[in-house]
Design a protein around this ligand. Structure first.
Ligand code: SF4
Length: 282
């Protein structure tokens, strides 16, 4: 039986950087909290909590003496302003790719022009980007909403960094027909693009495709959707306990990918369990 692990599976640069910094703070016994869970992976968030770094839902919950860690998704500018007002030290781990989008929308909307964000309205990254725009913001989830939403004659469009390329292109195709002065910024993260392309390729050739990641992770969900559209036996697993022998019965080609918020140790544990199971079945 062939087992292929995707080269682009697991932590992206932005998440890895934030997690590394948080564990460094834990080692130094710095009193820190993250604004929202550091990443969409319950197991890694729990490991961080056990190391002494918890999370708060708002700046108001930060206690005196604590440092606030901003996660890679970024936040609205008001969060920085509130922290500054209260004298809370901030460790800003916003991914540089996301900060670049904040700068883009801020600059473009300085005179009140509209910014369109293609992404999930409830995703913290999208909320953060919207907060940096000085003018009106329209959030579009897909091409269908782009057809019906009232739109201005002039706008700049950006994408949530983990958006599927195809979905973004579909929205752009509609916007081009409806907005005469449209400025398009291709802000999908290269790491996301590579992971999605690899997952597409692997799932096309696999009998069984395993996607490892938090069920609350938007990019893991998108990876799973990509894989299940190409491979009938695609499974989304969070931990080795979710990996079951019946998933691999009669399979010859098994491939594994993982979301951007899946830590290396968890991916390795899942791969180890797959190896054990497939050896027994063989
Ligand atoms: S997916 Fe890309 S943009 Fe988002 S945090 Fe990771 S590296 Fe940064």
């Amino acid at each position: 039986m062939e087992l292929i692990i995707g080269e682009h599976a697991g932590f992206c640069y932005g998440v890895s950087r934030a997690v590394k910094k948080a564990f460094e703070c834990a080692e130094k016994r710095m009193p820190c909290v993250t604004l929202g869970p550091l990443m969409h992976n319950p197991q890694e968030v729990e490991r961080l909590r056990q190391a002494g770094i918890g999370s708060v839902a708002s700046v108001a919950e930060v206690k005196d003496g604590q440092t606030l860690i901003i996660r890679s998704h970024g936040v609205v500018p008001e969060a920085f302003e509130e922290a500054e007002r209260r004298g809370i030290p901030v460790m800003d781990m916003t991914c540089p790719h996301v900060s670049a989008i904040h700068d883009m929308v801020k600059k473009y909307s300085i005179n009140g022009d509209t910014v369109i964000i293609v992404g999930a309205a409830e995703h913290p990254e999208v909320k953060g980007i919207a907060g940096w725009a000085g003018g009106p913001v329209i959030i579009l989830e897909d091409a269908e909403s782009a057809k019906t939403e009232p739109l201005p004659d002039r706008a700049m469009v950006v994408a949530q960094t983990t958006m599927r390329q195809k979905q973004f292109e579909e929205v752009i195709a509609v916007l081009k027909t409806r907005i005469p002065e449209l400025e398009i910024r291709h802000t999908i993260c290269a790491a996301t693009g590579k992971r999605q392309e690899e997952a597409e390729r692997l799932s096309r050739n696999a009998d069984v495709m395993i996607v490892v990641g938090g069920k609350n992770s938007s990019n893991t969900q998108k990876l799973y959707e990509t894989c299940s559209a190409r491979c009938r036996r695609a499974y989304l697993v969070e931990t080795p306990e979710d990996v079951l022998p019946e998933m691999f019965m009669g399979s010859e080609h098994v491939a594994v990918t993982a979301g951007a918020s899946t830590p290396e140790w968890l991916l390795s544990q899942v791969v180890e369990k797959i190896r054990k199971i497939t050896q027994i079945i063989e």
